[in-house]
Design a protein around this ligand. Sequence first.
Ligand SMILES: NC(=O)c1ccc[n+]([C@@H]2O[C@H](COP(=O)([O-])OP(=O)(O)OC[C@H]3O[C@@H](n4cnc5c(N)ncnc54)[C@H](O)[C@@H]3O)[C@@H](O)[C@H]2O)c1
Length: 314
Amino acid sequence: MNVNVRKVAIIGCGFVGSTCAYTLMQHGLFSEMVLLDADRARAEGEAMDISHGLLFAKPMNIYAGDYDDLKDAAVVIITAGANQKPGETRLDLVRKNAKIFRSIIPELNARGFAGILLIVANPVDILTRLTQQISDLPEERVFGSGTVLDTARLKYLLGEHLSVDSRSVHTFIIGEHGDSEIPVWSSSNVSGVPLHDFCEMRGFYDHDGAMEKIGESVKNSAYEIIERKKATYYGIGMAVQRICEAVVRDEKSILPVSTALHGEFGVDGVTLSIPAIVGSDGVERIVPIALNEREKELLQTSAELLKKTMREIE
Ligand SMILES: NC(=O)c1ccc[n+]([C@@H]2O[C@H](COP(=O)([O-])OP(=O)(O)OC[C@H]3O[C@@H](n4cnc5c(N)ncnc54)[C@H](O)[C@@H]3O)[C@@H](O)[C@H]2O)c1
């Protein structure tokens, strides 16, 4: 199957899918976008509404379609699934959304889909692993948005805390996109200045307290937003746009996407977030970032938790 590099498709056009569609439309990366939803009218309505903004962006063909329409897309983004309800953890969602994925992926296999599959629905690490197992695509062409959003949240909060442009903050959240995620404090820096030194330059000396507070705040961001407005979608929409850009432009950007580990950091047979080189063929390779012993242990614990959940749905 030939792939049209200017074509993207989104499966699931709820809050997240439609926001991804709107964000992608504004950036002009693609010239064709197919929207697919179990609720066809919803996909049609979104396609109409978003198309009406095209005059103020760049020409693009946006339409509601079905699986035959998306088989040659360069990137298919899957956001289909229930979202997190107040009080529900991402892992609670697993059974519901695994069932949905088991109905979607065979449709892509049957049509010889050969592009990139970007998984966004939660729990994203589990659904990415499941997709890698049941998709006909090579493993590197299936990955999840992972902790790209969590890392953006961490950089944003650190930028606010230190009164510095968050784009100058270099750090990663790794592991599960969820409760066991890990901020990699040991190598965090602000434009090459070790984080603690930069903090002291700004008059902050309680490093342990600040790391605890900011790390927890990142981890609880989704819960906090869902409690107030029922869903999160703008941040993830921007993160999805960024990942698509890395793929379509073959940028070889280093992004903490959810990808399969095979022995790296002592983790095997689990899909979780770790910085990786992302380009037109998907995940080119994992980046061997420096982790201290504690971070490595936490990563292994996060992997064990994900393995346990995987076993529950197999
Ligand atoms: N990875 C992240 O960082 C991140 C961030 C926010 C939300 N999410 C996740 O994204 C997912 C979607 O969230 P939402 O707020 O858009 O939910 P939503 O309920 O608004 O939308 C889900 C959509 O999926 C559709 N759908 C369900 N089954 C389908 C199927 N078999 N085929 C096609 N469409 C189907 C529904 O009709 C609905 O329109 C959730 O799992 C949520 O937890 C992930």
